[in-house]
Design a protein around this ligand. Structure first.
Ligand SMILES: NC(=O)c1ccc[n+]([C@@H]2O[C@H](COP(=O)([O-])OP(=O)(O)OC[C@H]3O[C@@H](n4cnc5c(N)ncnc54)[C@H](O)[C@@H]3O)[C@@H](O)[C@H]2O)c1
Length: 305
């Protein structure tokens, strides 16, 4: 059972949008909140607004791609609140639309670096600490429904979010034995400032980049996000999923049909039988079952003698 009241929570990307919604909802429920965000002014403004509400909040500068910075933040948050972190929200993220034919390697570096690398840094920084502290807790990571299907205008983002979903499924197999729950939130559209994230791209977006940054396009994107789910509502959905111990939180009924079609296409690619070599297929199945059995036996550390 997840404990919120009195817990210490770190929220990356907590200065805006989904992260700020999480800070409000979990802060009101009694968590002590550290918002870690790369943008100084929005982070301080968000912290001031949360404090005004009576939420115990501390804001700290963090670029999630900075591994050493993450470790520093983990120590600093623990020192500040005098207790280990038991709630982690990997929420920071950026988006950049652009045709896959024109996306450059540095576009991929940026979008994969923040959206996937940032989550890897969060997990590898906090998971060992949470296990060591022995107090259990919960980790929520924000992916996207975009992670369930590729798109020609969203290739690096979709690739990163897809990887994040698989990453959290992997952690979800390991962490419950330490009392740590895992939830992956897959939003479709949030009323947030993500249309501005092109400004966070290192270097200029116009050079060596296929990311669309023209004002006309950004205005259209802002318009879409103006109609997105309210961050606090999203955080309430997330909180409920975490309390229920659910791995997936996808609180958007409108995406069901698309996902059914997408998963259906994948399943349709699987034949009922391997007509070319049915005997070899049977051997493959047996070999895999043997491997799984030995992997299961080896997955747990041997008991100390
Ligand atoms: N907006 C949507 O419709 C939507 C849909 C699906 C998923 N998401 C995901 O939701 C999450 C939150 O985004 P949002 O929509 O609330 O956008 P947002 O821009 O309002 O908030 C994201 C925050 O992350 C911070 N950030 C960006 N790069 C960072 C970095 N390198 N290090 C630390 N902080 C950084 C930003 O400063 C910002 O405050 C992201 O992971 C995003 O991919 C958003």
């Amino acid at each position: 059972m997840m404990v919120v009241e009195g817990s210490v929570a770190v929220i990356t990307g907590g200065a805006s949008g989904a992260g700020l919604g999480q800070a409000r909802v979990f802060g009101r429920a009694g968590a002590r909140i550290a918002i870690a965000d790369v943008r100084d002014e929005p982070r301080r403004t968000a912290a001031a607004a949360l404090r005004e509400e009576g939420i115990d909040v501390w804001d700290v500068a963090l670029d999630v791609t900075d591994r050493a910075g993450f470790a520093w933040v983990a120590d600093a948050v623990e020192d500040h609140f005098g207790a280990p972190v038991t709630l982690l929200f990997n929420t920071a993220g950026v988006n950049g639309f652009g045709s896959v034919e024109t996306m450059t390697a540095s576009d991929f570096d940026w979008l994969l670096g923040v959206n996937l690398g940032g989550v890897v840094n969060g997990m590898t920084t906090f998971v060992p600490r949470m296990i060591e502290a022995g107090q259990g807790g919960h980790i929520a990571t924000v992916a996207s429904v975009g992670g369930f299907e590729g798109g020609r205008m969203t290739a690096p983002y979709s690739a990163a979010k897809s990887a994040v979903i698989r990453l959290m499924e992997s952690y979800a197999q390991a962490l419950p034995e330490y009392g740590i729950g895992v939830t992956v939130l897959c939003p479709a559209n949030i009323r947030s400032g993500i249309a501005e994230s092109v400004r966070l791209r290192p270097g200029t977006v116009s050079e060596d980049s296929g990311v669309m940054a023209g004002e006309g396009f950004l205005d259209a994107l802002r318009e879409v996000h103006d109609h997105g789910m309210e961050p606090e509502d999203l955080a309430l959905h997330l909180k409920r999923a975490m309390e229920e111990g659910a791995l997936y939180c996808i609180p958007y009924p409108e995406v069901r049909e698309d996902l059914e079609r997408g998963f259906g296409r994948i399943l349709d690619a699987i034949p009922d039988v391997d007509e070319l070599a049915p005997a070899a297929a049977a051997e493959r199945v047996e070999a895999l079952a043997r491997f799984r059995e030995s992997a299961r036996a080896g997955a747990r550390p041997a008991p100390a003698t």
